[in-house]
Design a protein around this ligand. Structure first.
Ligand SMILES: [Ca+2]
Length: 279
């Protein structure tokens, strides 16, 4: 992976960068490349190099088959990554799928704008079912905390083999929800850098912003948008504004069945009040 990234640079820089490609990266100078996530002001980042679940992350969802762990089977950087291993179960097209996630309580006063970034590797097949990867939750207006099932939330996921983003009211039931489906197939069998912006302040607008997502630095478009609810409704949910994001969830959570045992790895996860960027 590192060699391929180095291959992008102009030829004149190759000699200079040969050392950086062959050895651990040298100390960075401000301005010459994107900041490492942990250097971005106010950012929280997880590289999983402890070789176990990082401090503060606790198991949350655990349904059907598979396992969520930190291991050294594949990493974007370093030795370790978060690994959702061999998730399978349920019936495609029917509700109920494997879910393996962790949750994390953000420090107080995180604020209403959450940028995120993670490198994700999916193999061996693109699921048709809704596969959530990351979400961030916040108390409804007038509230300052509360149990996770009282919180509004933004989500990044894939659905029908494409990237998807959603705004949800509290779960359960989590709908009626505002769904945005991209025309970009999810990246398979290689690392992809996903970034997201959950702008719960949204300036003077009356509602929190729709989620935005970037893939390898290019913003995704959403040619398909709809309200999902069961039973169906035509009424769009009101995206309530955010005072502070309070909870993160990461891992993989399928809302419908998954017939092909599938692995995901996530590395270099980071969140912060400003864009963190890909390397
Ligand atoms: Ca790592």
């Amino acid at each position: 992976m590192r060699a391929r990234r180095c291959g992008w640079v102009p030829r004149l820089m190759l000699v200079f960068l040969a050392a950086a490609c062959a050895h651990p990266p040298p100390a960075r100078q401000a301005g010459d490349r994107p900041l490492h996530a942990c250097e971005s002001p106010g950012a929280l980042c997880w590289d999983f190099e402890e070789g176990r679940l990082p401090d503060g992350w606790t198991p949350y969802r655990d349904e059907l088959s598979g396992k969520l762990l930190v291991d050294d089977t594949r990493a974007y950087r370093g030795r370790y990554a978060l690994h959702a291993r061999q998730l399978v179960g349920g019936t495609e097209g029917s509700q109920g799928g494997p879910k393996k996630t962790l949750r994390f309580e953000l420090p107080a006063h995180f604020g209403p704008v959450l940028w995120g970034r993670a490198y994700i590797y999916t193999s061996p097949a693109r699921p048709m079912s809704h596969a959530g990867l990351f979400n961030a939750r916040y108390p409804r207006p007038g509230q300052t905390g509360g149990a996770i099932d009282t919180l509004d939330w933004y989500e990044v996921a894939t659905y029908r083999q494409r990237y998807m983003s959603i705004w949800h009211p509290p779960e359960p039931p989590g709908f009626p929800e505002w769904v945005q489906v991209s025309d970009t197939p999810l990246v398979l069998d290689e690392w992809a850098c996903l970034e997201w912006l959950f702008d719960g302040a949204n300036g003077t607008q009356p509602e929190a912003a729709e989620p935005r997502v970037w893939l390898n630095g290019t913003e995704l478009q959403w040619p398909e948008t709809f309200v999902f609810s069961d039973p169906p409704t035509q009424e769009r949910p009101v995206r309530e504004k955010v005072s502070d994001f309070t909870v993160l969830e990461a891992g993989v959570f399928l809302y419908q069945g998954l017939s092909v045992p599938t692995d995901w790895w996530m590395d270099e996860l980071a969140v912060g009040p400003r864009r963190i960027g890909c390397e």
